[in-house]
Design a protein around this ligand. Structure first.
Ligand code: M6R
Length: 360
């Protein structure tokens, strides 16, 4: 039940400290620097040369995030929107195809998965639902343990997908022989163990509600980010359009000046996600929008140079760069929620949408 919460979505956002603790539970080795990921003992992925993710919607954004982490670790990884995946994409026995799907029943994802399997790829389903079609059809399944998600908007499951995919990325990179070891894994695992607490800090801040109020009535809402901040920007925009029905778009920060800047006005706030030090490039991109009058809302940890530029901020605690995007996304979930709530939208069942999309 919703309990004390006005909407399932609110409850699912609020309980993310708990769902993330479940996703992590028992999955870090005693040494604190390697994953302990059932059913994948060390060496499982020794023969793998490349990874392809297939997913839709929010799960695609988590997959894109996961692909970034693998690429940073030196493993070739690509993410595909499942509806765009077909047998023209080369696969072989050295390819690991990972379907990321909360429900495990999304038709486009299942079809892409079948296509990969018939091409000889090894398959893993990352899903929330034990016994789902994806879990049954995959060679192996990895569960995100987020508990049932009732709101049509995916929230806690995105966060748990990101965590589980980061652990999978660590497993694969440890197994693949000619890849250099992950840089300072202890720092990542420390941050991972702190993550439920950090999410709690974000949930208790209250700044998202104030910022939502401040920008109600804007013409459009833009979200920008780079690196792991990019999937968060497009996820922020998807959630925003899905439940507020307002026009929202996510862009790679560097792409603004290649077209979208023409849409930027004093009535289009630009939510700027920064997940680490990128030599200030994203700040420069935000300034390009600010010069055209757009209010800049920083989604970042304190002390980042975006603070010198920003007109408002959605703060996150300092974390590991691989996890900062997840924290930033929680702020954007709250922003969408409070905006939709103020507009009186049908938050748990947005118009025209279904929780599980079982047609192609
Ligand atoms: O069950 P799945 O993760 O495969 O669903 C994929 C998308 O339909 C889903 O993430 C959708 O984009 C969400 N409603 C967005 O909040």
């Amino acid at each position: 039940s919703k309990g004390e919460y006005p909407h399932y979505m609110r409850k699912e956002i609020e309980m993310q400290d708990v769902s993330l603790a479940n996703a992590i539970q028992g999955r870090i080795d005693d040494d604190g620097t390697t994953p302990d990921l059932d059913p994948f003992p060390p060496g499982t992925f020794a023969a793998i040369e490349r990874i392809q993710f297939v997913a839709c919607g929010t799960s695609f954004h988590a997959a894109k995030y996961g692909a970034q982490l693998l690429n940073n670790a030196g493993i070739p990884a690509q993410s595909f929107r499942a509806s765009e995946y077909d047998d023209s994409i080369p696969v072989d026995e050295q390819t690991l195809v990972v379907a990321v799907t909360q429900s495990g029943e999304t038709a486009d994802t299942l079809r892409a998965f079948e296509c990969a399997a018939s091409g000889g790829a090894r398959t893993v389903a990352v899903t929330n639902v034990v016994g789902s079609t994806a879990a049954r059809e995959a060679d192996d399944a990895l569960f995100i343990r987020a508990g049932p998600e009732i709101g049509v908007a995916a929230t806690k499951t995105f966060s748990s997908q990101v965590v589980v995919l980061s652990l999978l990325a660590h497993r694969v990179s440890a197994d693949v022989a000619d890849v250099a070891p992950w840089d300072d894994p202890a720092a990542f695992y420390d941050a991972l163990e702190r993550l439920p607490e950090d999410v709690r800090t974000v949930l208790d801040r209250g700044d998202a509600e104030r910022v939502a109020e401040e920008f109600l009535g804007s013409d459009a809402f833009f979200f920008i980010g780079r690196g792991p901040g990019y999937p968060v920007a497009i996820e922020g925009a998807l959630k925003f359009k899905e439940i507020t029905y307002e026009h929202a778009e996510g862009f790679a920060a560097g792409e603004l000046k290649h077209g979208p800047l023409a849409l930027v006005t004093p009535r289009t706030p630009v939510f700027t996600v920064v997940t680490g030090d990128d030599n200030g490039t994203t700040v420069t991109n935000a300034e390009e929008a600010q010069t055209r009058g757009a209010p800049i809302v920083a989604v970042s940890a304190p002390g980042h140079r975006i603070d010198d530029v920003a007109d408002a901020s959605l703060q996150i605690p300092a974390s590991h760069p691989d996890l900062a995007g997840l924290l930033a996304n929680v702020q954007l979930q709250l922003l969408s929620y409070h905006t939709a709530d103020r507009l009186g939208r049908a938050i748990d069942k947005p118009r025209n949408l279904a929780k599980s999309v079982t047609v192609e």
